[in-house]
Design a protein around this ligand. Structure first.
Ligand SMILES: Cc1cc2nc3c(=O)[nH]c(=O)nc-3n(C[C@H](O)[C@H](O)[C@H](O)COP(=O)(O)OP(=O)(O)OC[C@H]3O[C@@H](n4cnc5c(N)ncnc54)[C@H](O)[C@@H]3O)c2cc1C
Length: 404
């Protein structure tokens, strides 16, 4: 075992923390640097797919994630203009494919907090909040990060660095790794409300609404316990300023237009997100590794970004552990790049773009074809199983494992 330095991790988001847990519990020394003073609580990922639940189970997290989240066995597609339920899919058809034939809606800051609690019991893992990584360099034998904290600038040396520092990754930029792809012109607005769309409208906790004018995703999260909250996600016009989109008047009008209510909506959060489809040109350069949003970003329809990041973390940590503890060749890290980058490109990018196109299609014939196809798949158990294997990311995990 090489014990001449820690593995350095930039970013204490869920992906960086999950890497720290998987490496730390094997006894490896780990040092995590995070810009902010604590995990970020903005309303981003919640949907945790079966393939990811398998990995969380292996790390002893699945019971807690399920306890603080909400089990969602089904998801629905609706035709918004006519208010018709087009198709409902039940993960029960995956009962022979996974121990977890359901999704858990668990807000990402809760997952991050559960991991942090476990890390506090590992003396070999150090977490430095309010420490921003500002530069990275490497030699054949080691890597260094330059870190800015309230105490000033300092350099930390290690064996490898994992850039888990999100879509704007400093590690990726300072290593000169391109982030190819594109940015959608429209931003997505997330409006979280106490209104119960299940009681009021019959939506299940994961409901996708196709609409040529304004598609919508409507999700339930458990928040601080029953009755939970509902998050609605809509596209916004690129021509309208942030203040206008986020004003009380505009968010009420948007929700009233979505579902008229005799009383104003109680809005708990309102957030705007720029959305990209991008994949790093490599997930490995020497001793620098990328994982999670630092390596790939996509639109959130289908809930695949963080799931893919957790899957990166599990794949990468297994390989780093084999290298550092069992003397495996560091060519394993090239395999990490091949496996995870291939599925990011072939699967997550393709699937999330397709998901968005399906919801926003304008041409009546294309819409009828898309919705008819969903109806046919839902009505055929064999096709429904194949569809759910993809949406729950089991197909992509199998594809990655088959790459050598
Ligand atoms: C509206 C919305 C809904 C979503 N829903 C889902 C969903 O349901 N399911 C799903 O799988 N995905 C979803 N996603 C995507 C998901 O939120 C991201 O994929 C996820 O946050 C990626 O985790 P991460 O740890 O890689 O990055 P982040 O969560 O971005 O964490 C990166 C961390 O690094 C820190 N950091 C950044 N730069 C530095 C630096 N230089 N030094 C030190 N620290 C640094 C940041 O402060 C942050 O804490 C959604 C996204 C959005 C916008």
């Amino acid at each position: 075992m090489r014990d001449d330095g820690p593995v350095l991790i930039a970013g204490a988001g869920p992906v960086g923390l999950f890497c720290a847990l998987l490496l730390g519990r094997c006894g490896l020394r780990v040092r995590v640097f995070e810009t902010w003073a604590s995990p970020q609580e903005d309303p981003r990922a919640a949907t945790t797919h079966p393939a990811t639940l398998e990995l969380l189970a292996d790390a002893g997290l699945v019971e807690d994630v399920t306890r603080v989240g909400l089990v969602a066995p089904t998801f629905q597609f609706w035709d918004r203009p006519t208010g018709t339920l087009v198709a409902e899919f039940d993960h029960a058809v995956l009962k022979d494919d996974t121990r977890y034939p359901f999704v858990v809606q668990c807000e990402q800051f809760k997952t991050a907090t559960l991991i942090l609690q476990r890390l506090r019991n590992l003396p070999n893992v150090e977490i430095f909040f309010e420490h921003e990584v500002v530069d990275v360099s490497q030699t054949d034998r080691s890597v260094s990060v330059r870190v800015r904290s309230p105490a000033g600038l300092a350099t930390h040396d290690g064996l490898y660095v994992i850039g888990a520092d999100g879509g704007r990754s400093t590690v990726r930029k300072r290593t000169g790794i391109a982030f190819d792809g594109f940015t959608w012109p429209e931003r997505f607005i997330v409006l979280t409300t106490t209104y119960d769309f299940e009681a009021g409208r019959g939506y299940c906790p994961r409901s996708y609404l196709a609409d040529p004018q304004e598609w919508c995703n409507c999700f339930k999260v458990s928040a601080n316990g029953p009755p939970g909250l509902w998050r609605t996600v809509f596209p916004t016009s690129p021509d309208v300023a942030d203040e206008e989109l986020l004003s009380d008047e505009a968010v009420q009008a948007r929700l009233q237009n979505f579902f008229p209510s005799s009383t104003p909506y109680e809005i708990v959060h309102r957030n705007l997100y720029v959305t990209h489809q991008r994949v790093a040109s490599t997930f490995r350069r020497g001793r620098v590794l990328l994982a999670g949003d630092a390596a790939h970003v996509n639109n959130p329809i289908g809930g695949m970004g963080l799931n893919g990041g957790i899957q990166d973390a599990a794949n990468l940590s297994e390989k780093l552990t084999a290298i550092l503890l069992d003397g495996s060749s560091d060519r394993e890290l090239d395999l990490y790049d091949r496996q995870r980058r291939t599925v990011a490109l072939e699967f997550v990018q393709q699937q999330t773009i397709e998901n968005k196109k399906r919801l926003e299609a304008r041409d009546p014939e294309t819409r009828a074809k898309n919705l008819g196809e969903l109806r046919d798949i839902a009505a055929d158990p064999a096709r429904a199983r194949q569809f759910l294997l993809r949406t729950s990311m089991i197909t992509s995990q199998r594809r990655a494992a088959a790459i050598r």
